[in-house]
Write a protein that binds this ligand. Structure first.
Ligand code: UT7
Length: 316
């Protein structure tokens, strides 16, 4: 048995914050944000009573509905967030309760933007080993709550949202999970971090240029490693889905890999960087737009705080 991505659901909060809106809050402008990042607008959760688990629950419900599964059919929930509802329990357990997945186990992974390759690797290997048949992997973030809205270096970059991918077993030899490459370097823990909520500065701190350089280098390496492990080449890649953090990072990565731009999924202009949720939301929209078809070779690649990076290959 192998694992495959069976259905994706998303939650894109309805309130939109445009670059023009940001011009009224900090000393910035649409031209700077567009040319340096590619972002035009992002979604924001305004209601303080809405939590990351609510976004995750909505996204997961859509994925289950699309697959025709009931909450009882879910064996496990793996959730990624840097804006957890509580310090404990894991937000995954709160989502389990809200969904009514009474037969599942649930746990969180702290991997920030690199959540998808890590979680997909976890889920796929559990399914291959026979430990589970249906696993939800959910990235969910309310980034607007950990942003310093006075810091123009960071507040223009992020957005809120969630994406849930239902990973199920399949015996179809022409589709499914292939492999994952993962790596981290804890000596770079100071270039992208958030302190505890009771710290005097509890907001995102980032050395943008250091993150930028590392992102291009390591995302390129990660894609190459997965292809090498599978005896494939960059020419075999039909779709590249990079973590959506900066248009220039995605373009530079694609260029280094010599993957043409038309194969690269990009929806950052609408949502900004939603951390663990960017890849599921990008895949969801690509599927709706007919850009993803069964049998295509899809490479997902991400990097985030840690720094932690990695890539996964699947046959769609
Ligand atoms: O998931 C991972 C999360 N993070 C990332 O992926 C971020 C990676 N890094 C980046 O995306 C880019 O480094 C940034 C978009 C953050 C910054 O772009 P940059 O081309 O590296 O700009 P910079 O930091 O070198 O700043 C250039 C100038 C500076 O002014 P001076 O010193 O040249 O006078 C900044 O103060 O742009 C200024 N600046 C801004 N100006 C207008 C910084 N932020 C803004 C802003 N609006 N929002």
């Amino acid at each position: 048995m192998n694992a495959y991505i069976r259905a994706i659901g998303v939650c894109r909060p309805k309130d939109v914050l445009t670059n023009a809106d940001l011009e009224k809050i900090v000393d910035t402008n649409d031209e700077w944000i567009t040319t340096r990042t590619g972002i035009k607008e992002r979604r924001i959760v305004k209601d303080p009573n809405i939590m990351s688990s609510d976004l995750a629950t909505a996204a997961a419900q859509e994925a289950l509905e699309k697959a025709g599964l009931k909450p009882e059919d879910v064996d496990g929930i793996i959730l990624g967030t840097i804006v957890a509802d509580k310090v404990m329990p894991a937000t995954a357990c709160i989502v389990q309760k809200k969904l009514g997945c009474k037969n599942a186990w649930a746990y969180d992974i702290t991997a920030a933007c690199s959540f998808v390759p890590i979680a997909l690797n976890n889920a796929a290997l559990m399914i291959r080993s026979g430990q589970a048949k249906n696993i939800l992997i959910i990235g969910t973030e309310i980034m607007s709550r950990i942003i310093d809205w006075k810091d123009r270096n960071t507040c223009v970059l992020f957005g809120d949202g969630a994406g849930a991918m239902l990973i199920s077993e399949t015996d179809d030899p022409d589709r499914g999970y292939i492999n994952t490459y993962l790596k981290s370097d804890g000596t770079t823990d100071h270039i992208l971090y958030v302190n505890q909520p009771n710290h005097e500065n509890p907001y995102i701190q980032m050395d943008g240029q250091a993150v930028f350089k590392m992102a291009v280098k390591e995302m390129t390496t990660s894609v190459r490693k997965t292809l090498e492990m599978a005896n494939l080449t960059v020419d075999d890649v039909d779709v590249l889905c990079p973590h959506q953090a900066n248009l220039r990072i995605m373009e530079a990565t694609a260029d280094r890999l010599k993957i043409p731009r038309e194969k690269v999924l990009m929806n950052l202009h609408k949502y900004g960087n939603t951390s663990s949720a960017t890849i599921p939301i990008a895949l969801y929209e690509a599927e709706q737009e007919g850009k993803l078809k069964p049998g295509q070779l899809v490479s997902m690649v991400a990097i985030g705080s840690g720094m932690v990076w990695g890539a996964s290959l699947v046959r769609w």
